[in-house]
Ligand binder design. Structure first.
Ligand SMILES: C[S@@+](CC[C@H](N)C(=O)[O-])C[C@H]1O[C@@H](n2cnc3c(N)ncnc32)[C@H](O)[C@@H]1O
Length: 291
């Protein structure tokens, strides 16, 4: 583990403050996915765009993102707060009785879906660093009536979870937001039981992003600038001790990238070469095991 210089630590702090403010605002205003989202499928669904009917658009978004019809049974207050870029619960193939941890649980959508899969003998913990998101997730829990889930305030780089206590770690479009991804993977390794597994949906890149995107805090909070190159992502997971690391692209959608870039509110409003972004950033399913 390397010690950070003051400048590096300041950058980490800046990113964390900006990301927390961004998602705190989304949770407090309860901005639906049709108006503001981190990542998602095409503009066809309205995600990352603006306008449209609230619940219908939200349903279209989650139906496209999630493979299981379970998502359609959740209350609109939950599905409207889907900020993910994949379906980690399906990817994880959960079993009854398992203990699951969701990194960056947001409004709780994947926690509730996982809770249904693991049943009353299992347990799901959602961790999120944004107090407003935790508050929203707990309010959603009351609406869902889930008794086998809980939400904890904390950073995924310093998980409020005991060593060797979790069977499966899921996460939906969150690790890319972390300013210290190697530390996230070290923490996930620490809390997983031996033989435990990681099933994560995330944005990764294959090739460089334009500089104006890379240097924008707004693009970081929008799940683009913080995305790691796929080779570095795999290396960070392996360095933490994981084996059988696999990264599979899920979808690659030009319309989504156009809309996401348009929504980024880049500080300097320079023209961005979206082609460079489509060629580079994509959503991926990431799996790995703790030996
Ligand atoms: C893009 S949203 C995804 C929310 C949820 N997973 C979903 O699919 O709807 C990112 C969430 O991760 C949280 N988050 C971002 N960085 C975090 C960190 N370093 N530690 C804990 N939570 C974090 C944010 O507060 C926000 O709720």
């Amino acid at each position: 583990m390397t010690t950070k210089t003051k400048q590096e630590q300041d950058q980490v702090d800046d990113v964390r403050v900006h990301v927390r403010e961004h998602y705190g605002k989304l949770a407090a205003e309860r901005v639906p996915i049709v108006q503001e989202s981190c990542c998602g499928p095409s503009a066809e669904s309205g995600c990352c765009g603006s306008g449209g009917e609230l619940s219908g658009e939200a349903m279209a978004h989650v139906s496209k993102l999630y493979q299981s019809a379970d998502v359609l049974e959740l209350p609109p207050d939950v599905t409207e707060m889907s900020f993910g870029c994949g379906d980690p619960v399906t990817l994880a193939t959960l079993n009854p009785g398992e203990t699951v941890l969701d990194l960056g649980s947001g409004g709780g959508i994947d926690v509730f879906l996982a809770g249904k899969r693991v049943g009353e003998s299992g347990r799901v913990i959602g961790v999120d660093m944004t107090a407003e998101m935790i508050e929203k997730a707990r309010a959603n829990q009351a609406k869902v009536g889930a008794t086998n889930v809980e939400f904890r305030l904390g950073e995924i780089e310093h998980l409020p979870v005991a060593d060797d206590s979790v069977d499966v770690i899921i996460s939906n479009c969150v690790v890319n937001l972390s300013p210290d991804k190697p530390q996230v993977f070290r923490e996930t390794f620490r809390v997983l039981k031996s033989g435990g597994r990681l099933a994560v949906s995330d944005i990764v890149t294959d090739g460089p992003l334009p500089d104006e995107i890379k240097s924008s805090l707004s693009a970081w909070a929008g799940c683009v600038a913080g995305a790691l190159d796929v080779k570095d992502y795999i290396a960070a997971i392996e360095a933490a001790g994981f084996v059988d690391v696999q990264v599979k692209p899920v979808y690659f959608d030009k319309a989504m990238v156009d809309q996401a870039v348009a929504d980024l509110d880049l500080e300097d409003q320079v023209d961005t070469d979206n082609d460079a972004v489509y060629k580079s950033a994509f959503s991926a399913n990431v799996t790995a095991h703790k030996p």
